[in-house]
Design a protein around this ligand. Structure first.
Ligand code: SAM
Length: 306
């Protein structure tokens, strides 16, 4: 094999037998916080990228696909969200999308890693686009589970933008039935929760288990997916709702609410909303064979990698 002449990051694709070599044009930051290894680099293929513990979290190439698909289906499913809780979301792009809504009065963003948030503010300001300076945003540096256990506040929408549940990392107990039940208690009537739910390629099993846990806590759980080229996978999300079904939101309503948002979206619109929830038959068949519900005693993990 010919060794490449350029510098690179080798990302193990959440599997020990598949790696993705990202040619690095420039290293912007590399170091460790108390919680994770952080690499902010400019790659040849995907532009500026954030890697945590060697796993790509978002790239200039398609972070808008990920963040728009995480945020807008849930925001549109609630008829008029005013108070929103984000757990995780260190880059500030999830907050950026939420703050586009003129109805939103208060956003609480809880991330465990204050050093990471500062690095993202400093080295990736294109992601947050001023969200951290918006007076509607309160940033709390704390474990998301502890926050949900201790706050008395109610929210219309809760968005879980967490790292994957890799064994030994702090997000594992934020993908369990008990955690989703805690979140449900923090929702106002008609409230909506959405979580990223890992890959439909490397971890269809985890995706299905997360869907089962949300369904156990909420009754109504809708899994959906978005194409994430930089993650080399269709990416999974699951929405739980105490009110409307995301499939029943009229496209005309989404269209007119989109027109009232601040700024322009790159990917999501009323057409895409319907399409995101259409899972192909092999995904439905494989996912429907999975019966396990992740609990605190028996959580779901992302496949081991080395
Ligand atoms: N887009 C990403 C992906 O696909 O994996 C997730 C991005 S975001 C950078 C993940 C964030 O979750 C990080 O900022 C990390 O610090 C945060 N996080 C992990 N565990 C957490 C916890 N227990 N409480 C709050 N934030 C947590």
């Amino acid at each position: 094999m010919v060794e490449p002449k350029w510098r690179y990051i080798l990302e193990w694709m959440r599997m020990p037998f598949e790696g993705h070599l990202h040619g690095v044009r420039r290293t912007i930051y590399s170091g460790r916080t108390r919680f994770q290894q952080v690499d902010i680099v400019e790659t040849y293929s995907f532009g500026k990228c954030l890697f945590l513990d060697g796993i790509l979290q978002s790239s200039e190439y398609d972070e808008r696909v990920y963040h728009e698909c995480l945020v807008h289906p849930a925001m549109m499913t609630h008829p008029g969200p005013r108070r929103v809780l984000i757990i995780g979301g260190g880059e500030g792009a999830t907050a950026r999308e939420v703050l586009r809504y003129p109805t939103v009065e208060r956003v609480v963003m809880v991330d465990i890693d204050g050093e990471l948030v500062e690095l993202c503010r400093r080295y990736m300001p294109e992601w947050s686009e001023g969200a951290f300076e918006d007076p509607r945003l309160e940033l709390v540096i704390e474990d998301g589970r502890k926050y949900v256990e201790s706050t008395g506040e109610l929210f219309d929408v809760v968005i879980l933008d967490l790292t994957d549940p890799v064994p030994g990392t702090p997000s594992v107990f934020l993908y369990t039935k008990e955690f989703y039940e805690l979140v449900r208690r923090r929702l106002s009537p008609g409230g909506v929760m959405v979580t990223q739910a890992t890959s439909l390629r490397y971890s269809l099993d985890s995706f299905a288990r997360i869907r089962n846990a949300v369904a156990a806590a909420f009754g109504l759980a809708r899994p959906y997916m978005a194409p994430m080229v930089s993650f080399m996978s269709w990416w999974g999300f699951v929405m739980g709702s105490l009110g409307r079904d995301p499939l029943s939101v009229p496209p005309e309503e989404i269209g007119s609410r989109l027109a009232s948002l601040r700024g322009r979206l790159a990917f999501y619109d009323e057409e895409v909303h319907r399409y995101l929830f259409r899972l192909p038959s092999f995904v439905r068949e494989q996912a429907d064979r999975v019966r396990e519900v992740p609990t605190d005693a028996n959580p779901t993990y992302f496949p081991a990698y080395s």
